[in-house]
Design a protein. Structure first.
Length: 309
């Protein structure tokens, strides 16, 4: 069996995957990509390389981790190594507009969106957008950080002129129509090996920080005896829905092996896909409550082992 090498920049997010490998008697190597050297003229080991880089790496002090990962993936692919979630997938991870273009090509519906570069351009673009309320979010944020809802042009202009305004990491804002949800949650469908694993409903009443990883959850702030307050809940509602098949086709068309894809249902029952997370995480308490047969990290470990075997 070949070695498995996990490319990442977050120790906490990797702990559940390490445990899944340990349960299967496998020890994967890890390549922490924050700073480093890419030996482009050398030959990389014949291994399975799993790209677990996140667009939110800058929030943990790893500003250039995606750029370094792109160089590493370029090197590995040039040597025909087995790469899970390669350079094309990383490009989608750090550019939501590229995600939307690919989703639309696959026949999926996305929210009306415009990209804006330049602080002085925001108000004019929002005025022409003419759809209120609207969402303003950074192109590269992660976990829903920096996402804001504005009810009017005046409110947006006040924010832009305030001391709270900060330029997004890559200078790109997205103006996006607000989708009034049928219920106060979004749905995140998890896929491993381009196959559906399960869907999780994420309660949005507390805001936009929607990372499902255990260390991103708010469950420690909730009374453990209140079984109705869990933020993440495994749902079987969409298991046989046509959107799952459409999303699997989208993954195959874009060579995405592993992803968590988020969508929202409006009051009319229409589904809008708005985020593709190729560095996906899983909420273990939600899995335990639902007694799922295939956990997210377990499915991922099995998939990587099958490639290495």
């Amino acid at each position: 069996m070949r070695e498995i090498v996990v490319l990442h920049e977050n120790e906490e997010w990797l702990a559940p995957l390490r445990e899944a490998f340990k349960e299967r008697g496998v020890e994967a190597k890890e390549w922490f990509l924050d700073e480093g050297v890419v030996p482009f003229t050398d030959t990389p080991a014949d291994a399975v390389y799993y790209n677990r880089m996140s667009a939110s790496s800058h929030t943990r002090g790893h500003r250039y981790a995606p750029e370094l990962t792109k160089l590493v993936l370029t090197w590995l692919e040039s040597q025909n190594r087995t790469v899970v979630n390669g350079s094309q997938v990383l490009a989608l991870e750090i550019c939501k507009l590229s995600q939307y273009a690919a989703l639309q090509r696959a026949g999926l519906q996305v929210p009306k969106t415009q990209a804006v570069v330049g602080k002085e351009k925001l108000a004019g673009a929002a005025e022409k957008f003419a759809k209120w309320p609207l969402i303003l979010k950074p192109n590269r944020g992660g976990k829903g950080l920096g996402v804001q809802r504005f009810e009017s042009l005046t409110a947006l202009e006040s924010f832009v002129a305030s001391g709270d305004y900060q330029e997004p990491l890559d200078g790109t804002w997205l103006l996006q129509e607000y989708i009034q949800p049928k219920k106060p949650h979004i749905t995140r469908a998890e896929f491993v090996g381009q196959r559906f694993v399960y869907a999780v409903e994420v309660n949005t009443e507390d805001g936009f920080e929607l990372c499902p990883a255990d260390n991103c959850s708010i469950e420690d702030q909730i009374c453990p005896t209140d079984q109705t307050s869990h933020k993440f809940t495994i749902s079987r509602r969409f298991n046989e829905h046509e959107i799952i098949r459409s999303l699997e086709n989208f993954l195959r068309s874009n060579d995405i092996d592993v992803a968590g894809i988020e969508f929202i249902e409006n009051e009319q029952g229409e589904l809008y896909v708005y985020d593709v997370n190729t560095n996906t995480n899983y909420n273990q308490p939600a899995e335990q409550r639902a007694k799922v047969k295939a956990t997210g990290m377990g499915a991922l470990a099995d998939y990587l082992i099958s490639l290495a075997g």
